[in-house]
Design a protein around this ligand. Structure first.
Ligand SMILES: [Zn+2]
Length: 332
């Protein structure tokens, strides 16, 4: 009787240990492998081809993912995508992206799933940055976490019990469009006096340019006369140098932030408020007014003082959040 062939030992099948993560920003497009603990194992970054429409962005994502240096175990189980604009995280359809043409109704999740062969999980970029900051960044150990990103616009996200509070249709967390000063200047969406229209980098720069045009005495007039751009960073430099107008602009932006945050504290009684985005580089210029504004509105501050702290994950927040979201959906 011939010996039976020895059957080979089955290969061990450890759980695959990465997801692909994508952060589609208005300026940069980032891709990475992200481990289950949120560690970024490999990454790439390019300029987002915003003016060529969503199909070109999908092509760029696929190309960059293919160029990633694979980690030791590169088997990915899912892909998580942080995308701008209101979207439906259940279907992966982007409703619209302000200032980026062609995105209305674009099936981003379906397209990236087809291109990668992986389940794709899409969510709003600010919500995912909030998730990352709450789990691994400046909000770690606190609950709920209210997150604001103050840059070109003002985005927001709310994390309760470690999960994104997304509302009934995935659209919650648009904190930047809270009205702070009825009848004030309008944001790009036409909301008169919303937080974004008062405290974003765009709003800070607009107010400075208006002051220069009106002939107000400010060293920013020299910046304009030299042909240099007056952006929020230029206003911050002038404020740091003691320019009264620039300091007043940051004071008012801080005050608007504080009034809005006071309202968020009244609604959520958060464990912590986390502020990210480029404008927060000017923290000392707006923080005192922000604190005063917040305390005018947060009615229970006496019994529960809530810390407002700078974000910890920097430009990685959206990418890490996309990875965490893919892992969370993979496990669901
Ligand atoms: Zn608005």
């Amino acid at each position: 009787m011939p010996n039976r062939p020895v059957s080979p030992r089955p290969e061990p099948h450890p759980e695959p240990r990465t997801v692909l993560a994508v952060d589609i920003g208005g300026t940069h497009l980032r891709v990475a492998h992200v481990a289950a603990d949120g560690a970024v194992l490999a990454r790439r970054r390019i300029d987002t081809p915003t003016d060529r429409g969503p199909a070109a962005v999908v092509d760029a994502v696929v190309r960059e993912l293919a160029s990633l240096t694979p980690p030791d175990d590169p088997r990915a189980v899912a892909i998580g995508i942080a995308a701008p604009g209101p979207l439906d995280p259940r279907t992966g359809i982007v409703h619209e992206v302000p200032n980026m043409p062609g995105w209305r109704g674009f099936p981003l999740g379906q397209q990236l799933s087809a291109a990668t062969g992986l389940p794709a999980h899409v969510h709003n970029d600010a919500n995912l940055a909030a998730l990352a900051e709450a789990r691994l960044g400046a909000g770690r150990g606190h609950d709920p976490v209210v997150y604001l990103t103050v840059s070109t616009g003002v985005g927001g996200g709310i994390v309760i019990d470690g999960r994104i509070f997304a509302g009934a249709a995935g659209l919650a967390g648009e904190l930047g469009h809270t009205i702070v000063h009825a009848g004030g200047p309008a944001c790009n969406l036409g909301h008169a006096g919303c937080l974004e229209a008062l405290a974003s980098g765009t709003a800070i720069a607009r107010r400075a340019r208006e002051a220069v045009r009106s002939g107000a005495p400010t060293r920013l007039a020299d910046v304009a006369a030299a042909g240099l751009p007056i952006d929020a960073a230029a206003v911050a430099r002038a404020a740091d140098a003691g320019d009264p107008l620039a300091r007043a602009i940051f004071h008012d932006a801080g005050s608007a932030l504080g009034l809005a945050i006071g309202g968020f504290i009244n609604v959520f009684d958060p464990g912590r408020i986390v502020l990210g985005g480029g404008v927060t580089a000017a923290w000392p210029l707006f923080e005192p007014a922000m604190q005063l504004g917040m305390r005018r509105v947060a009615m229970a501050w006496e019994w529960h003082p809530v810390d407002i702290v700078p974000a910890a994950l920097g430009d990685d927040a959206g990418l890490v959040g996309a990875g965490l979201w893919a892992w969370e959906r993979h496990a669901a």
